[in-house]
Design a protein around this ligand. Structure first.
Ligand code: HEM
Length: 409
């Protein structure tokens, strides 16, 4: 079957692969706790990992030494066109960020928040007291509101949720041969789909005010950054880098709340009171216990020393891979007070969910405005509880959340 018409968002995985990956991911917090104490910068050959908060932040902040590693894979997705995630800081990167900020604006955030909350409320109202959270709630909302906002509709010949999630998996998680084969089909199809939107909307503007319409307006005004290639690449990057992620972290956060009755009750109370800032705090703190992934990779652009002036100092040659383990950093008791405690009063710096430094998530303001609202109408319902049996517990498929079903009054 062609990857283009696949209907399962997550790739099927053997029971053995699920069990081993699941076991490893469940052990990871304990492994990190041990490693932070006995070997905080472990390495094997040319691969290094940093596990302490200070070192993780240093790696992200020192982008002239620790460069991003994404370009080679991005080239397959973007047909060689540069996207911000794969670029070093410099005039081209800054021009791209400025251009994108001019079409993805702060004043859009309340509108996006309103759409998310409205769709979440409708989904919960239609659910009949039982709801699968990963796909039916969070994934649908994420793809709907971001697709509409960006101006990227569903393609006629496939499903954007499948396409973007496969490309996301290739870009950030895995690189096995079957996945690469799927990516070789999906990436050109997604680019053609977006290019077709560009051409249709340019030929027949329909009055919609979305990111694509704004890009085309800048192009018509003669802004040299807004070539078709740059518009297509930016929209492709946002679709691949954006909506696949809330269906991972938001259900994971709900699972963490369900494990902590006091925290769940507090989050429900905040949802009912309409205290969105407090609800957001609950989400950020819950995500700390099961974040997006263990870490983000960087490559050393020159020989360097990690954590100089400390007993753990480590000389690293140029060309080494360094994994900045933000999952571990957010549990580092030397910088995050009493890390095992669910604490709503942590400083913002305790959270590294969206990276740090130059490549910090471009969608972070959208995340701040919307992620907690995906759960708000559900949390506001009385008698929220796990569905009976296995369905009521978060199930993962590799790095991805796969299903979590709850019931409510
Ligand atoms: C739960 C939601 C999200 C999470 C957890 C998340 C996480 C991240 C992280 C950790 C990075 C840094 C990567 C690195 O430094 O190596 C990043 C970068 C990025 N994110 Fe997000 N993200 C989310 C949602 C979004 C959304 C909704 C969008 C767009 C609409 C988006 C667009 C981007 C882009 C374009 C970058 C690259 C920024 C750059 O290189 O300057 N993300 N994201």
């Amino acid at each position: 079957m062609s990857a283009l018409t696949a209907t399962d968002v997550l790739r099927p995985r053997s029971a053995f692969a699920r069990a081993t990956t699941g076991f490893f991911l469940r052990c990871l917090p304990s492994i990190f706790a041990l490693v932070r104490r006995v070997w905080p910068i472990p390495h094997l050959g040319n691969n290094y990992a940093v596990t302490l908060y200070d070192d993780v932040v240093e790696i992200f902040a020192t982008d002239t030494t620790f460069g991003v590693t994404y370009k080679a894979k991005l080239d397959l997705l973007m047909d060689g066109e540069p996207f911000i995630l794969g670029m070093a800081d410099g005039p081209d990167y800054r021009a791209a960020i400025a251009a994108l900020r001019s079409v993805m604006r702060a004043e859009d955030l309340p509108i996006l928040a309103g759409r998310v909350e409205e769709q979440a409320a409708a989904t919960v109202a239609d659910a009949g007291g039982r709801l699968e959270v990963v796909d039916t709630l969070v994934r649908r909302i994420s793809f709907d509101f971001l697709g509409t906002y960006l101006g990227v509709p569903q393609p006629a010949q496939g499903d954007l949720r499948v396409w973007a999630t496969r490309l996301f998996e290739y870009q950030f998680v895995s690189i096995d041969a079957p996945l690469v084969a799927e990516v070789r089909e999906i990436a050109p199809a997604l680019r053609s789909h977006i290019q077709a939107q560009i051409e249709q909307r340019r030929a027949a503007p329909d009055g919609r005010d979305d990111v694509l319409a704004r890009c085309l307006a800048r192009q018509a005004e003669g802004d040299a950054w807004f070539t078709d290639a740059n518009i297509r690449t930016a929209l492709t990057g946002m679709i691949v880098g954006g909506p696949p992620q809330p269906p991972m972290v938001v259900p994971q956060a709900l699972e963490q709340l369900l494990r902590r009755p006091d925290a769940l009750a507090g989050a429900q109370e905040a949802a009912r009171r309409g205290d969105d800032d407090m609800l957001h705090n609950y989400l950020m703190e819950a995500m700390r216990f099961d974040p997006l992934g263990p870490g983000l990779p960087r490559v050393t652009l020159k020989p360097c020393t990690i954590a100089p002036d400390t007993p753990r100092r480590k000389e690293v040659p140029a060309g080494a891979t360094v994994l900045a383990c933000f999952q571990s950093a957010m549990m580092d008791g030397s910088r995050v007070t009493d890390p095992e405690r669910f604490d709503l009063n942590r400083p913002a710096g305790a959270y590294i969910h969206f990276g740090h430094g130059v490549h910090e998530c471009f969608g972070r303001h959208i995340n701040r405005a919307t992620l907690h609202l995906m759960l708000k109408p559900l949390l506001a319902r009385p008698d929220l509880r796990r569905a009976p049996g296995r369905a009521g517990h978060l199930r993962k498929n590799g790095a991805f959340a796969e299903s979590l079903t709850v019931e409510f009054g």
